[in-house]
Ligand binder design. Sequence first.
Ligand code: GRF
Length: 203
Amino acid sequence: MRVGVLVSGTGTILEAILEADLPVVLVAADRPCRGLEIARRAGIATELVERSAFGGFGDRFDRERYTRELVKVLEAHRVDLVAMAGFGTIVSKELHDAYPGRILNTHPALLPAFPGWHAVADALEAGVEVTGCTVHLATLETDAGPVLAQEEVPVVPGDTVESLHERIKETERRLYPMTLRRVIEQMDAERGSDANLADRAWR
Ligand code: GRF
């Protein structure tokens, strides 16, 4: 099994994935970020597919052309399974067509509660006492795919977005590698690298 990890930020979840010794063959990013440094230091191949070359972050962003380039890069590294770990670009259909049911994501909330990029702030704003994280299959609809694993994290008095997010990420760093390992083992055991994970019940 050959795993490709997509990152945009600090890459602490990527670090946990690498520490878990999962078969990561590529780390790709949509912008220069610490995640790429982590991968380089670990001797993993890296690819920077910069959004700036595809219209940047505004209305001019060409999502389809960007996604096609990303697929090309993943296929060139013969990636079988894609793990998003704090990837800040919503990809288009081309990636889902190339990796049907084989894209995982971790999200810092208990989906379906608080989807979207501001999940931690939204949970804090809503005044919930418990939030958490969700590992799920990524589908075309953002943060809406089948849930593979979920764990609760308490909100404590005085929490800020930063303190709460860090507490959630501590859980993600354990839950995501664990779930990835489970998925990889299942795929290896059952049907090999072209399995569509959406075809089976996970919970
Ligand atoms: C995680 O909370 C992930 O769920 C979210 O972005 C964060 C990534 O953190 N999508 P890091 O860059 O791995 O530290």
